[in-house]
Design a protein around this ligand. Sequence first.
Ligand SMILES: NC(=O)c1ccc[n+]([C@@H]2O[C@H](COP(=O)([O-])OP(=O)(O)OC[C@H]3O[C@@H](n4cnc5c(N)ncnc54)[C@H](O)[C@@H]3O)[C@@H](O)[C@H]2O)c1
Ligand SMILES: [Zn+2]
Ligand SMILES: [Zn+2]
Length: 384
Amino acid sequence: MSGGMVPSSSINKVITCKAAVAWGAGEELVMEEVEVAPPQPHEIRLKVVCSSLCRSDLSAWETQAIFPRIFGHEASGIVESVGEGVTEFKDGDHVLTVFTGECMNCRQCKSNKSNVCSVLGLERRGLMHSDQKTRFSIKGKPVYHYCAVSSFSEYTVVHSGCAVKVDPLAPLEKICLLSCGVSAGLGAAWNVADVSRGSTVVIFGLGTLGLSVAQGAKLRGAARVIGVDINPEKALKAKDFGVDEFLNPEDFNEPIPQVIKKITDGGADYCFECVGDTGTVTTALQSCCDGWGLTVTLGVPKAKPEIAAHYGLLLTGRTLKGSMFGGWRPKSDLPSLVDKYLNKEIRVDEFITHNLPFEDINKAFHLMREGKCLRCVIHMPNQL
Ligand SMILES: NC(=O)c1ccc[n+]([C@@H]2O[C@H](COP(=O)([O-])OP(=O)(O)OC[C@H]3O[C@@H](n4cnc5c(N)ncnc54)[C@H](O)[C@@H]3O)[C@@H](O)[C@H]2O)c1
Ligand SMILES: [Zn+2]
Ligand SMILES: [Zn+2]
């Protein structure tokens, strides 16, 4: 195994390695030689082992304006070196990165009510949390980060609060999926919705997020899971993850909330939006029942961020809730999800539809864009 076997001479020095750099919105990534600075105080530098492509990477690449940039946030790696003040990690530790960190000290982290850390939460400007600078450069010019993770690089630097140490026996080429999508879906069903036994659940969007919600809902004893997707190819895999009925809105002449109301005696107990479209949030809210119907929205919209809904939907007792990383506090909770995977209590491997070498990373973007994959795992060179 080569992980962690970086010559000790690299410690505190710039590493030059390959990274897939996005130079413009929707433009093919280009394999470049980048310089990766040593970790600053409270940061760690990782040798990335595997990184799977999540829809959020694709949406940001298609629509955002921060370039040049290194995407990738659903990743596993091995600690290469640690910055000043880091006591939790040492070189050779196996880790998962997280796009929303846990500082353990801020009001949110201490509240026990939230996983939205106000210090190390979602980073949107392409910079490191600590000094608002980048750790990547090409010939001295900055290359921006994504979600303070940027795992489409052989090496990356993350804040020590944005990485979680995991059991070294866990296969890094599989558990990278727990770094974002699978955990975000399971947590939405378990922590945010708290799905109850015997309930009816409707899931809009049957990608990795939606099917992880389905897995979570079934494990909680949901009686009926209905999946809604505009891509008929999603039906088969959905069945495997516990979706009992598949609806394609294009097969119906009436709006989908009416269809759902009819087949569920007035609407679902829980609806989940796993598409990333605010119109679908409205549809989901319309599809849950009066009184206690709960809609959980997980998707991150590319456009039209405002949600429109008739106030009457809320007046009659429905609730709309957002869910980031499934409510999990990464440092506190993620190791237990890895244990559940190792104990075969949750499925992860089945979400991996493709394995690709790093140099084929653009194929992963194409496959996701065309709706042909759940998760493509990108394997970095010279690994296990
Ligand atoms: N909240 C979080 O913590 C979190 C974490 C990761 C990803 N996300 C977001 O969740 C969403 C889903 O991510 P994913 O990786 O599963 O994506 P994905 O592309 O694999 O899945 C999306 C699915 O939605 C379907 N779809 C598209 N338009 C639809 C419509 N109008 N009605 C029904 N289905 C439709 C697609 O066919 C696809 O199957 C994205 O917006 C992503 O950015 C959120
Ligand atoms: Zn993600
Ligand atoms: Zn915090």
